[in-house]
Design a protein around this ligand. Structure first.
Ligand code: AMP
Ligand code: ZN
Length: 421
């Protein structure tokens, strides 16, 4: 562990710290009149239990967008050392200001994440996430400096070069977004690059939902262990949590973040074990504290009991999708990740796919699944994929089988759904 005491605090102590963090965050936010108006008279002294916190209003992505650029920021401009921004495609971006303490907090939680993945001072970490407004690159960088590992800050893309450097500098850890290993595998195939010449043993991946099947494929083909790292621009980037060697959920650093799982429609709390929308409050961030932020991410609390790894911080399930990713097609609800699992189960197909939704000239909804597959797939695999989609998801999409390499490859997060309806 990076901070053994903090990471294995007894639950009562964690809960005490949570309440302290809530009061501190509320007091800090109230210094900004915009927050004071939002919070309608709430005072730190009112927060005597978690139930009191749950009476505060939710904060939404739209609230943050409308506050563009700094209306909800809680420190003077002079104390801001860094800006990151959300990658939203429409409307104002969400601007997150970081103070020195925020950068330090980020390094702290990222160092814990590295330790949970068994990564330490002797490791060589190749960062394949971009450095820029996106938080991925810098987050991995700060954590690596904190643990004293060697960093290769290659950033996104240039996969051929990535492979060469990875091999020649003997990188042991690949840090990046969940689908990036697919690019690595693809380019290695094209260039007949010998994957056995790599020294990778760990990949820390996140920023997109990725199915267990994709996870398995990456582990099998690259001969390493993956860790699922979670976070978002609004919470300060990656590092909110990660799964550990026990692989029984994502530990959320509870002394820095308070998580709730709520019904996405009504906002009512969901009991542990039941899926809902994750709501995050920050307990130690200064620049842009979050009070009950609706993340849109779907998960559930798996356990609040101590884990086999010795950590006591609560565990969330891996993210299943986002409320805004859920596709409703002729009354059937599904997530891209479910399609991904089925495609990956078919020998000769995948791992790339795209779901296209549009309307026929007659006005009815149409669902086309684009996949890549070997030639032989059409006879044997295709009927099986159709059957699985029908039986398991109750879907009968049109399926277009393309040659390998024909679907667009994204520079960052992959675009799995194109909705033209
Ligand atoms: P961004 O602000 O661009 O970093 O995007 C944050 C969003 O990426 C989150 O709200 C999630 O929807 C998604 N995300 C981040 N990490 C993961 C992960 N480990 N698994 C699934 N989705 C993730
Ligand atoms: Zn654990």
């Amino acid at each position: 562990m990076s901070e053994p005491r903090a990471e294995s605090l007894p639950r009562e102590e964690l809960e005490r710290q949570t309440l302290q963090g809530m009061r501190r965050t509320l007091g800090h936010a109230l210094a900004n009149p915009a927050w004071k108006r939002r919070l309608a008279g709430a005072e730190p002294g009112d927060i005597r239990s978690v139930a009191d916190w749950l009476r505060l209003p939710f904060l939404t992505k739209d609230d943050l967008r409308d506050a563009y650029p700094f209306d909800l920021a809680c420190v003077e401009r002079e104390r801001v050392l860094r800006i990151h921004m959300s990658s939203g495609t429409t409307g104002n971006p969400v601007v997150v200001p970081y103070t020195r303490a925020d950068l330090d907090q980020w390094a702290t939680v990222m160092a814990r994440c590295y330790a949970a993945a068994g990564v330490g001072a002797g490791d060589i970490i190749q960062i394949t996430a971009s450095f820029g407004l996106f938080t991925g690159g810098f987050g991995f960088h700060y954590g690596a400096e904190r643990i004293g590992a060697m960093v290769i800050p290659l950033g996104a893309g240039r996969t051929s070069l990535q492979l060469q450097i990875m091999r020649d500098l003997r990188a042991t850890v690949l840090a990046g977004i969940s689908t990036y290993p697919l690019r690595v595998l693809e380019v290695a195939r094209e260039e007949q690059f010998d994957l056995a010449s790599l020294s990778l043993r760990v990949a820390m991946l996140g920023a997109e939902t990725w199915s267990d099947d994709l996870r398995q494929l990456i582990e099998d083909e690259l001969h390493l262990t993956t860790f699922d790292i979670f976070g978002m621009t609004e919470t300060g980037g990656p590092g909110l949590g990660i799964d550990c060697q026990a692989r029984e959920g994502i530990h959320v650093w509870e002394d820095h973040y308070f998580c709730e799982v709520v019904d996405p429609l009504t906002g009512a709390p969901r009991p542990d074990g039941e899926e809902g929308e994750l709501v995050v409050s920050t307990l130690s961030r200064e620049g842009l504290p979050l009070i009950r932020y609706r993340t849109h991410d779907l998960t559930r609390v798996l356990s609040r009991r101590p884990c086999a790894c010795g950590r006591t911080h609560l565990r969330l399930d891996r993210i299943r999708g986002r409320t805004d990713d859920m596709i409703i097609f002729r009354g059937v609800n599904f997530f891209p990740r479910q399609i991904e699992s089925l495609v990956l189960k078919q020998p000769g197909a995948g791992p790339e796919y795209q779901i296209v939704l549009d309307r026929t000239p007659g006005g009815s909804d149409r669902l086309v699944l684009l996949i890549e597959a070997r030639e032989s797939f059409a006879e044997s695999g295709l009927p099986r994929l159709r059957r699985d989609l029908k039986e398991l998801l109750n879907l009968s999409p049109e399926i277009t089988v393309l040659e390998e390499g024909k679907l667009p490859r994204a520079a960052g997060k992959s675009q799995r759904v194109v909705d033209r309806r």
